[in-house]
Design a protein around this ligand. Sequence first.
Ligand SMILES: [Zn+2]
Length: 615
Amino acid sequence: MGEILDRLDWSNMAKDEMIWDLSQLVESTDPVSVQKKLDSMVTEAEKIRSKYHGKISGLDSKDLLEILKLKDSFILRFDGALLYCRLMYSANSTDATAKQLNDAADGAMVRVGQALIFIDLELGGLLVNKPSLTADPVLGEYRHYLERISRRVPHMLSETEERLVISKDKNGINAWQTLQSDWLSTRTFELIVKGKKIMLPYGRIVGYYQNPNRDLRKRSNQAVYEGLGKDELVWASAIRSVCEDHVRMCELRKHPSPMNQSLIDNDVDQQTVDGLMRAIAKHVALYQKYLRLKAKLMGIPKLANYDVVAPLPKAPETNYAWTEARKEVVNAYMEFDKEIGGWVDEMYERRHIDGEVRKGKASGAFCAPWLSGKSAYVLQSFNAKMGDVYAQAHELGHAVHDYLASRAQNPSNCETGSCIAETGSIFGELLLTERLLSKAKTTEERQAILATVLDEFGMAAFQVSARVFFEQSMYDAIKHGKFLDGETVAKLWVAARNKIYGDSVEWLDAMKWEWTMKLHYYLANYRFYNYPYVFAQLFVFALYRLYKEQGKSFVPKLKGLLAAGSSKSPRELASDLGYKITEETFWEKGMKQADEFINILEETVRPKQKPKPRH
Ligand SMILES: [Zn+2]
C-alpha cells in the first residue's frame, strides 16, 4: 500500500480543482451543438418507435434481445449530453445558457418518454403470454430486468382505468399532498433568540434543532410542534385520505398487503422485510444503550428528544482544506482496495467533483452516474467541516458503485433500487471513520467521530423503524374500521415511537404531533418509503462486520456485489455472500458492528483504573 500512497502528490492544488469539468461529457460545449445532440436523440427515439411499436407482443427471444440491446445503446449514446445539461444547471441555476439547456433536456426527455413508453407496456403483455422468456438463456443478461417487469404486470389495470386513475389522482391524493406541503411551508413560528422575539418559517426554525444551546433546541421544538398540533384537522384529513385511498387502490390492483407495491418497487419480498423488522424489534435495547451513553457524554441524566442527534458539547471544530479532505477520503478507500482508491482519486484528478460554494448552486450533495463514461460526477458545497468530508466519502462511494456497475452491466441493469443503492456510500463512510479514528489525537475528537456515526445509524436503523411500525399501524387501524382523527393518529405514532425508545428518552408532550410534518407520509403513490433506509443501514453495517472478520478476502465479494448493479435482487446478492437475508443471523452481524462502536465509545468515558498504592 505504501508505494501507491507515496506516489500521490497532494501539493500544487489550485482552487479550480474544486470546480468540475463538464466538457468531457460532450463532443463540443457549444450550446448549438448540444441542442443538436438533444434533437437527434428525439429523432432516434421516434425511429425506434416506428420500427417496433405494436410488434413486441409477437417477438421471440432473439428479436427481444435485439430491442433490449437497442434501448441500452440508445441510453449510452445520449447520456453524456443529457448529463451535461442537468449538471450545468445544478451547478449554476442562474446561468442563462444552463437554464436554456436544462429546459431543452426536459423537453427532449418528455418526447423520448412518450415515444418509448410502449416498450415496457408491450413487454409486460409479452411476458404475461410467454412467462418462460424470463428463464430463456438467450436473454440471460436481462433475466432479472424481465423478472422485475413481470412482477408488476398482475397489478396493472386496463389502459382506460390507468388513465382514469391518473386524472382523478390529480385533484385527489396529489392535492392532499400539495396541501400538506403548502400548509407546512407557510406556517411561521415564534422564537426568542438572544432576548429578541423573531418569527420564523418552518424551513428556518428547524435549523435550531442542532444548535449547541440546549434551551434553544428545546424551545424551537416546542414552538414547532405546539404550532403544528393546532392544525391537527388539516394533517389528519390529509394523512387519512392518502392512506384510505391506498387501501382502496390495493384492493383494485389485487395487492395482498399495503406494503406490496413498495416491495415490488424495491425489489424485495415480505419475508425479507419481516426478518429485518424482527431484528430491529429484538435489538432496541442496543440503541437505548447508546442513547443512555450519549446522555452521560452530554452530562445530563437522560436525553430529551431534542438531544438525540444534537452535537456533543465538547466536540472539537476541526477544519479540513480541500486537499486534506481528498487525502483522507482517497486513503480511506485505498486502504480497502487499490483499484477502488485509484478510481476515487481519479474523480478528483479528472475534476469530476464540484465542491465550490457558490450562489445558484443546488443544495445538498449528490452523485450522478455517467454510464457511457464508466464514471460519475459529484456535487457538494464544501465548507471544510468534518460533515463535508463525510459527505464527500459518501458521494464517492456512490461513484465507486457506478465505476463497478457500469463496467460489468448494461444500462438496464444499472437501476439499483433503494435497498442496495446506498451500499457503496455508507460503506465508504465507515472506511473514513476507521481512518479518522486511527488518526484522532484527543478523546473528544474520537467521541465526536463515533457519535456522528452512531447518531446516523440510530436514526436510519431505529428511528426510521418507528415510522415503519407507525405506517403499518395506520393500515391495521383502517382495516379494523377505526376513524383516523388527529388524536388517534398521534396515539399510533407515540406507540410506535415508544416501541423503539422505551424510557431512554424524555419527550415533550407536543412531540406526539411529529408525524404531521413528515412529507413522505403524504406522498401520493409512494407508501412505505421508510424500510429501505433501515435495510441499507443495517445491510452495510453487516457487510462491514464481515470485512472486519474476513479481512482482505472480503474485498472481491464487496466489489462483486457492487458490480452486479440491479442484475440481481438484494436477496440473491446476500446469498452470494453465503447469507439468507430472510433470517435474523445476517442482520445480527450489523447489530454486532454497532455494538462494537458503542463499546469503543464507552471506553472513552470509563474512568481509568488507578494503579493500586504500594505498601
Ligand atoms: Zn447516498
